[in-house]
Design a protein around this ligand. Structure first.
Ligand SMILES: Nc1ncnc2c1ncn2[C@@H]1O[C@H](COP(=O)(O)OP(=O)(O)OP(=O)(O)O)[C@@H](O)[C@H]1O
Length: 191
């Protein structure tokens, strides 16, 4: 994987008429990971959307080198199709390897996406991320709904991505067990 980098410069985030966050800044290089920490409603998802270029910052700017992929509660799969066919869409688009086994999805490939349980949906979302070739992963609550086994597996997938030279930015109100993890406490940046 080519090297990548992601930097946020003095970002402020406004939603509606409220400034949620001010002065958020960080720099990440290949292999690094950042935990966006803070309680419900502080603006973690909004900040991820700013990083992804889906939401304009109120002020400040983002610099990125390398493709980005955002994994949030919006599952990027056709809910009317069986999981296998829905994942194939991305695999064919990205020409990527089959990662279903890594996320325990091999027995679910015939199940329509809309029937998947919460944890199964989360594992499918992670499989989409791992299937794509993005070097910068933006993960919104990646452990939500996962049992202990799959929470460990999800974090192992993030570590493997870093070991290949990728970057991970993880919004989570749960503690994460990742090596050399930087933590950005968003409570320090409340607007
Ligand atoms: N489109 C919008 N217009 C106005 N306010 C919004 C909009 N979207 C989100 N908000 C508000 O912005 C705040 C931050 O929301 P956000 O989803 O970024 O928080 P979060 O830290 O990810 O929360 P959680 O941990 O509950 O997922 C919330 O108070 C939310 O109601």
């Amino acid at each position: 994987m080519q090297s990548c980098r992601l930097a946020a410069h003095d970002i402020s985030c406004r939603r509606g008429d409220r400034v949620l966050l001010r002065g958020v800044g960080f720099r990440l290089r290949s292999g690094e990971a950042l935990h966006l920490a803070g309680p419900n409603g502080i603006g973690k998802s909004s900040l991820l959307r700013i990083l992804a270029g889906l939401l304009r910052p109120f002020s400040g700017h983002v610099e990125a080198e390398g493709g980005m992929a955002l994994s949030d509660e919006r599952l990027p799969l056709d809910v009317h199709r069986p999981l296998g066919a829905a994942l194939d869409f991305w695999r064919q688009l990205d020409g990527a390897a089959d990662v279903c086994n890594d996320f325990g999805l091999e027995d679910l490939l015939d199940v329509p996406v809309r029937y998947l349980s919460t944890g199964q949906r989360k594992r499918a979302a992670l499989a989409c991320l791992a299937t794509g070739g993005a070097r910068i992963w933006l993960l919104d609550e990646p452990l939500n709904g996962l049992d202990a086994h799959w929470a460990t597996a999800a974090q192992a997938a993030i570590e493997a991505h870093r070991a290949r030279g990728g970057i991970a930015v993880i919004a989570s109100h749960q503690p994460l067990e990742l090596q050399r993890l930087e933590v950005l406490p968003l409570l320090d940046h409340v607007g």
